[in-house]
Structure formats: structure tokens, C-alpha cells
Design a protein around this ligand. Structure first.
Ligand code: FAD
Length: 314
């Protein structure tokens, strides 16, 4: 165990994706079976919007088809809850969902006894150049938080009262140590994070980062601007050669020079995986010394690396 100088070891948590449509839960449960030994504080379950895909026909023309590649967030959360005694935090997103869809999602969650969510805007549709809310949907997480708050205080979106107001939802949000890609500057991004805190966010989970200095500087700036909620660092160990160029492009973040230099010497995915594990262990140790409230992991294509990191830390 790698407790810090005050003897504190932050909690381990991780995020899973619902299975691809039609693939079943075997791989998902294998992930949880691998990582449950580290006593996760919670498991987050992502939510994915429907996409339009184009299928080529025999005559060479294309047909546009609506597809939800990863349905089932609520059902997956419920399945995890009943199979493992671990807290689940499903993600509620604006992207691709109307306010009405969200209302029904909240009702379903309430029926299941799930009262904590991570509230997000969600990714843009792949065929759109930039994020666009669906008609009757929210443009930003701040609007989604207002809807959840209104639900908590007993009002449906059409203004009618909720007869049985259950246990209120608590929620976390996302934050970006290296700034959200659309934000014109870091201060603007922090202003909206502060707004989310004012709307009741109890914590924020970070976008992944590989350079702890960026996280430390982000926390420093956030505290100076009046953000007091826990800002939970999140990591995803590199496991493939292709990620060295893809990750900065996809997630709009920097790979620190030392890691990039070492990665450039790697000849295979196995080499990168070994490097990613060592880097991840060092990141965790430094974050723990700093006194982080928890460390969250993105598991996609990284389960075995996370297991190896967690074995050295937790
Ligand atoms: P917002 O808070 O709406 O911010 C988006 C941008 O708008 C930022 O630049 C912000 O500065 C600005 N902004 C914020 N509020 C306002 C406002 N009121 N007016 C004007 N500008 C504003 N995506 C998924 O599709 N599904 C998931 O399950 C998922 N899980 C994630 C989990 C974590 C921990 C993280 C970090 C990201 C996750 N994402 C997920 C991706 C995330 O949804 C995207 O990064 C998205 O582009 C932004 O989401 P947000 O909640 O930060 O949006």
C-alpha cells in the first residue's frame, strides 16, 4: 500500500462502458472481477448517444441508419449493483437526449434506488462538426443540473408537481485540467465549473492527464477562483503504440516530453504497456503524496494495466 505522509490512501474507482449492442455482459463482468479486489469506492457507467451510420447497399448507394452502439446504461448499473455490492454512478448526458428522456431516466434510477449520477453534456455526434443539442434537449451541463435540481425539489419539466418526491439525486460533474477543447481559455472553463459547483455539484472527475503538474496547477487555479469541491484525478495508462499520437488528438491534452521521449523508443504495444504501467504507478504515488481525494481510472483497453498499477498502490 502507498499511503501518503499523513497515512492516507485515497479511494480507487473506475469507469466502465456498457457493452456494444448485442455483445453481452461477459467482458464487462470480467473487468469488474479483475478490479473489485481493490475495493472500489464506486463504478461509473458511461452513457452513449445514438449515431447515424451509413450502410452501403448492393447498388452502391448508402442508407442512413440510426444506431445506438452502447445502449443500456441504467440496466448495466442495476446489473452491477445486484451482482456486486459496489456503489454505481451512471452518467446522465445532454447529448442525444431530450429533457423528457432525462426525466424518465431519473424516474427509472429512482425506482432502482440509485441516487447519485455524473452529469455531463456528452460527446457530440460523430457526423456533426460541433455539439448540437437535440430538439428539446439541453445545450450544457448547467441546464441539466437545473433540471435535476427541479426534479429533486418536486417539479416535472412541464411544471406539474411530483406526487412522490423520493430521495434527492446528488451529482458530480466533469472537469478538465488541460481545459475543455471548446473553451476559449482556462479561466472561462473554470467559471463554468464554478457555476456547476453553485448548482450543487459535489465533486468533479477530471479528464485524463499524463502530467501531474497540469493537475496541480489546475487545482491551484480552481481554489483561487473559489472552487472548493473535490477535483478527482483520473488516469488511463497508455497501452498501445498508436495511443501516443491518438490520445492527444482525441482528448485534447499533452503528453509530457519525458513520457513522449520514452514512448518513442518503444518498439511494440507490449513495450508501451510496460511504460504506461510504470508511468501510472509514479503518477499515482505523486498524486497520493499531494493528498488527492481519490484516483479514478478509465478502463477501456487498459484493464490489465490498471490491475498492475492498483496491485502496487492499493
Ligand atoms: P459542459 O459543462 O456543458 O461544458 C462544455 C463546454 O462549454 C466547455 O468548454 C465549458 O467551458 C463550456 N460551458 C459550460 N457551461 C456553459 C454554459 N452554461 N454556457 C456556455 N458555455 C458553457 N461523454 C459522453 O458522451 N458520455 C459519457 O458517459 C461521458 N463521461 C465522461 C466522464 C468524465 C469524467 C469526463 C471528463 C468526460 C466524459 N464525457 C462523456 C465527455 C464529455 O461529455 C465531453 O468532454 C463534453 O464535450 C463536455 O462535457 P461537460 O459536461 O464538461 O460539458
Amino acid at each position: 500500500m502507498s499511503a501518503n505522509s499523513k497515512g492516507l490512501l485515497p479511494r480507487f474507482s473506475f469507469e466502465v462502458l456498457p457493452p456494444l449492442k448485442g455483445t453481452g455482459t461477459e467482458s464487462l463482468f470480467r473487468t469488474i472481477d479483475t478490479l473489485k479486489a481493490f475495493n472500489p469506492a464506486h463504478i461509473n457507467i458511461t452513457t452513449h448517444r445514438s449515431e447515424y451510420v451509413y450502410e452501403e447497399q448492393e447498388d452502391g448507394s448508402f442508407t442512413r441508419k440510426r444506431l445506438r452502439r452502447r445502449p443500456g446504461t441504467i440496466a448495466v448499473a442495476s446489473a452491477i449493483m445486484s451482482k456486486y455490492d459496489i456503489k454505481v454512478i451512471p452518467h446522465v448526458v445532454c447529448s442525444g437526449f431530450t429533457k423528457e428522456d432525462t426525466e424518465y431516466m431519473l424516474l427509472d434510477l429512482q425506482f432502482l434506488g440509485i441516487h447519485e449520477v455524473l452529469a455531463l453534456r456528452g460527446d457530440k455526434a460523430k457526423d456533426e462538426p460541433r455539439f448540437q443539442a437535440v430538439r428539446g434537449g439541453h445545450s450544457h451541463t448547467t441546464d441539466l443540473l437545473r433540471q435535476i435540481n427541479s426534479f429533486n425539489s418536486g417539479t416535472f419539466i412541464d411544471g406539474t408537481p411530483i406526487k412522490h418526491v423520493g430521495e434527492p439525486f446528488t451529482f458530480g460533474v466533469a472537469c478538465y485540467p488541460e481545459k475543455h477543447e471548446e473553451s476559449p481559455n482556462p479561466d472561462s472553463d473554470l467559471r463554468y465549473l464554478k457555476k456547476k459547483q453553485e448548482l450543487g455539484a459535489q465533486y468533479a472527475i477530471c479528464q485524463m492527464f499524463f502530467d501531474n503538474k497540469k493537475y496541480f496547477s489546475f487545482v491551484d487555479r480552481a481554489r483561487k477562483s473559489g472552487i472548493t469541491i473535490p477535483l478527482i484525478p483520473a488516469l488511463k495508462p497508455m497501452a498501445k503504440l498508436s495511443q501516443i499520437t491518438q490520445v492527444p488528438k482525441t482528448f485534447h491534452l499533452d503528453i509530457p516530453k519525458e513520457l513522449a521521449d520514452e514512448a518513442a523508443l518503444c518498439k511494440s504495444d507490449e513495450d508501451v504497456k510496460r511504460l504506461g504501467i510504470e508511468w501510472g504507478i509514479n503518477q499515482c504515488r505523486e498524486l497520493i503524496d499531494y493528498g488527492v481525494p481519490g484516483i479514478h481510472f478509465y478502463t477501456m483497453s487498459a484493464v490489465d494495466s490498471i490491475r498492475q498499477i492498483a496491485e502496487r498502490i492499493w
